[in-house]
Write a protein that binds this ligand. Structure first.
Ligand code: MG
Ligand code: MG
Length: 262
């Protein structure tokens, strides 16, 4: 891949606004997780998320988002169940015991985005799904650990891939992590795979959304007719964990984590 575009460095003031955005995202995601039980329609997460951001005077990062000729995304939160990888659209579908549910949520605080995702079990889930969730979260944190000044950009994806594949799963190639700030998807793109030691050196003030998507089966993706929902081509289950992370002199600060978060 090429690394032509400049990676924005945030000012102290911008970091403060992003820290606030991240706190809001973390708090609202925790609120959403409390709803996650068998029998709940996925539209309920969108209703509660929409109410929460209105109450806090924020804007949605995702509602009406539509790059590259896609239809505008119609909701505030992405809900992806079982074999759905990312960008599932909330609907009347009711969750069932044993499902896994990925919630991806972003909000804008005075012009700056926070972006985070978590996959949660609905009731009790099978052992393989449990391992998938743990491996995906571990892969996220393996990537975050690489966010140290002087490391190279591709060290992040390499660490994510190594952890996920080491657990016997595969990483999705078609979607990537990203810089985040005034724009939801800023440079650079951050693949969840690749060789280490390549790309720009990491610097304090860079803020990235690291977001491994990990499949039980192979990494291939199929798109549904709604043009948004990505599912595994082989129908196997997929998990997604994401945090917005600031690089500081002393290492990474996760802006979307509070007590009780993933
Ligand atoms: Mg996200
Ligand atoms: Mg993201």
């Amino acid at each position: 891949m090429t690394y032509g575009e400049r990676i924005p460095i945030k000012t102290r003031r911008e970091v403060e606004l992003m820290r606030e955005a991240g706190q809001h995202v973390a708090e609202i995601l925790l609120e959403l997780r409390e709803l996650a039980e068998p029998g709940i329609p996925t539209s309920e997460f969108d209703r509660v998320a929409t109410e929460a951001i209105e109450k806090r005077g924020l804007e949605s990062s995702f509602l009406h988002y539509g790059p590259g000729g896609l239809p505008p995304y119609p909701a505030t939160v992405c809900v992806s169940v079982n074999e759905e990888i990312v960008h599932g659209i909330p609907s009347s579908r009711e969750l069932v015991e044993g499902d896994i549910l990925s919630l991806d949520f972003g909000t804008i605080n005075r012009g700056f985005h926070g972006d985070s995702a978590v996959t949660i079990p609905i009731g009790s889930i099978d052992e393989e799904s449990q391992r998938l969730l743990e491996a995906t979260r571990d892969a996220l944190y393996a990537g975050v650990e690489q966010m140290v000044p002087g490391n190279r950009l591709s060290d992040i994806g390499h660490a994510v891939q190594t952890r996920a594949e080491g657990a016997g799963f595969s990483v999705v190639r078609q979607f990537v992590g990203h810089g985040v700030g005034r724009i939801l998807h800023e440079p650079p793109q951050i693949p969840n795979y690749g060789r280490p030691g390549r790309g720009p050196r990491l610097q304090p003030g860079m803020v990235f959304a690291i977001e491994p998507m990990v499949n039980v089966g192979d990494e291939l993706v199929r798109m549904l007719e709604d043009e948004w929902t990505a599912v595994t081509a082989d129908g196997s289950r997929s998990a997604h964990f994401e945090h917005t992370v600031l690089i500081k002199d002393e290492g990474p600060e996760i802006l979307t984590r509070i007590a009780g978060s993933h």
